[in-house]
Design a protein around this ligand. Structure first.
Ligand code: NAP
Ligand code: MG
Length: 504
């Protein structure tokens, strides 16, 4: 970590990318249209970003298809692709301070997270998939002696990834790593609030040797640029991360166009269960707070519901209050602060609206609940509601802000029932010292990831995605992510012979 002064000096020298990255070059949108992007912590406009529309999408898809068909990337051997991606990783590492600062400026996320989490995991993710690709084998099916059948994987072709604003670089990496490694041509559509780091990543990938047309970035508005990608007849697959509401559109777009493959990573209203037999309550309290408040709660796996058994509740609540002061909020460019600004005024108003609603519906506000006045920033105090019941809006809706809803249960059975009582199923955490109970609960919770005695999302080697309305069609991370970007092909070779003489 550097000092605030160092980060400000880096920010001063930054060359902020604003144009689309098409066929190896930065370019304005064909219409010349732009939209503003802001630093949400100060309200300052950072630049006018190219607003790509259908014409730009058509051009990028054509270049992506040409690149794919030419084989400059798709037909390279896995180890050749690996070498180029490792070079990309080296450039990301070399420019990591610059990228982290750019991320903080564009999103309001704290620099300490952008440096130590987002940037680090972005690098690790690209490296993981680069290193995996020359170690994944195809299969030979058990056919018997009169045939040989190979089950092989081929890249999909042209794939689009439509991204959210909460982890702009990292979500790009989750898609790019496996999609590029598998040999596809990739088009990224960053969220409109946060286009810059994606653009810079594409430039670095190109510098590392990823050929023109293989990685392109089209910034733009969701219902124009995102929709044009979703409906394009020559895109073979879309990997989307964002809200469940928008995710649904991509199924519709695919149904009404070319039945492209669709994978959705969507929202969550994730439970954290703490039972009476949980050990080391200080650590539990720290994990509970991290689970809900890190990244200002703008996190799909945020454990925004604390389901606590009544015996342990008084002590746990006291410890939460005691440790809440560690969650300092302030200038995201200052590495002392753990929390920065929310991403936009629209989102800030939405989160504040939920805080009002929680009070109106009868929940008890026990911490926070107010905006932090800084002039133009969009800061909200870490907020805790007690006495939340399952029928309340703040128990069901994904708030995507620093708001914890505490619900009390008498038994572990009630805890599981409550945990499963939302339309989502992305992630969950369970704290108990009883190993058998931990297993039973982990199996009973309908979620893609369940962590025991810790909060987390697993790591790069473990698949991440949701049950129920938290996801559709596949998983990010692990070798499982490669399934999203490949088609299975069966090659069946007949070996039946009339007689042994045929051998000659
Ligand atoms: P969002 O509003 O759903 O937007 C996601 C992306 O879709 C953006 O690029 C957006 O463009 C685009 N989009 C919006 N409307 C569209 C339309 N009509 N057609 C095509 N594309 C459209 O989500 P967000 O607010 O950026 O991110 C927050 C959400 O992401 C939360 O629900 C969170 O849980 C989820 N998330 C999930 C995961 C996971 O792995 N499961 C990870 C991170 C975040 P614009 O920017 O122009 O609106
Ligand atoms: Mg949005």
């Amino acid at each position: 970590m550097l000092s605030k002064q160092d980060y400000l000096a880096i920010a001063d020298k930054l060359n902020l990318p604003t144009n689309a990255f098409i066929n190896g070059h930065f370019a304005a949108s064909q219409s010349g249209a732009t939209f503003a992007t802001h630093n949400p912590a100060t309200g300052q406009e950072l630049g006018q970003i190219a607003a790509c529309d259908e014409a730009d999408v058509n051009q990028a898809v054509q270049k992506a298809r040409q690149a794919f068909d030419s084989g400059t990337w798709s037909k390279k051997s896995p180890s050749e692709r690996k070498q180029i991606m490792i070079q990309f990783v080296k450039l990301l590492r070399r420019h990591s301070h610059e990228l982290a600062v750019m991320e903080t400026l564009d999103s309001g996320k704290p620099i300490r997270d952008c440096e130590t989490i987002d940037m680090q995991e972005t690098i690790d993710c690209i490296q993981w998939h680069a290193e995996a690709i020359d170690k994944i084998y195809d299969q030979v099916a058990p056919t018997g002696d009169d045939a040989i059948s190979m089950v092989i994987r081929e890249p999909l072709g042209v794939v689009a990834a439509v991204l959210p604003w909460n982890f702009p670089m990292l979500m790009a990496a989750w898609k790019l790593g496996p999609a590029l490694a598998a040999g596809n041509s990739v088009i990224l559509k960053p969220a409109e609030e946060t286009s810059m780091t994606c653009l810079r990543m594409a430039e670095l990938a190109h510098e590392a040797g990823v050929p023109a047309g293989v990685l392109q970035v089209l910034p733009g508005l969701g219902d124009i640029c995102g929709q044009a990608l979703g409906r394009h007849m020559d895109i073979d697959g879309v990997s989307f991360t964002g809200s469940t509401e928008v995710g649904r559109y991509f199924l519709k777009y695919a149904a009404e166009s070319n039945l492209k493959k669709v994978v959705l990573e969507c929202g969550g209203k994730n439970p954290c269960i703490v039972l009476d037999d949980a050990e080391r309550l200080d650590e539990v309290a720290e994990q509970v707070l991290t689970a809900v408040f890190w990244n200002m709660g703008e996190n799909c796996s945020s454990n925004s519901r604390l389901i606590v058994q009544e015996g342990v509740k008084p002590l746990l609540m006291a410890k939460l209050q005691e440790k809440l002061g560690n969650w300092t909020t302030g200038d995201p460019m200052d590495p002392r602060y753990r929390l920065g600004s929310l991403v936009s005024k629209v989102h800030f108003d939405k989160v504040m609206g939920y805080i009002v609603k929680g009070q109106q519906e009868g929940a008890t506000l026990v911490a926070g609940g107010k905006a932090i006045e800084t002039g133009s920033g969009l800061f909200i105090e870490p907020t805790i509601f007690d006495d939340v019941t399952a029928d309340m809006t703040i128990a069901q809706d994904e708030i995507f802000g620093p708001v914890l809803s505490v619900m009390t249960v008498k038994t572990a059975t009630q805890a599981v029932a409550l945990a499963n009582d939302t339309c989502y199923g992305l992630a969950a955490s369970v704290f108990t010292s009883h190993v058998r109970r931990a297993h039973l609960i982990a199996k009973a919770i309908k979620a893609g990831t369940v962590t025991v005695n810790c909060y987390g999302e697993g790591n790069l080697a473990t698949p991440f995605g949701g049950y129920k309305q938290s996801g559709f069609g596949g998983r990010d991370n692990g070798v499982h992510a490669h399934d999203q970007y490949t088609e299975l092909k069966t090659i069946w070779l007949d070996l039946t012979t009339e007689s042994d003489a045929e051998l000659d």
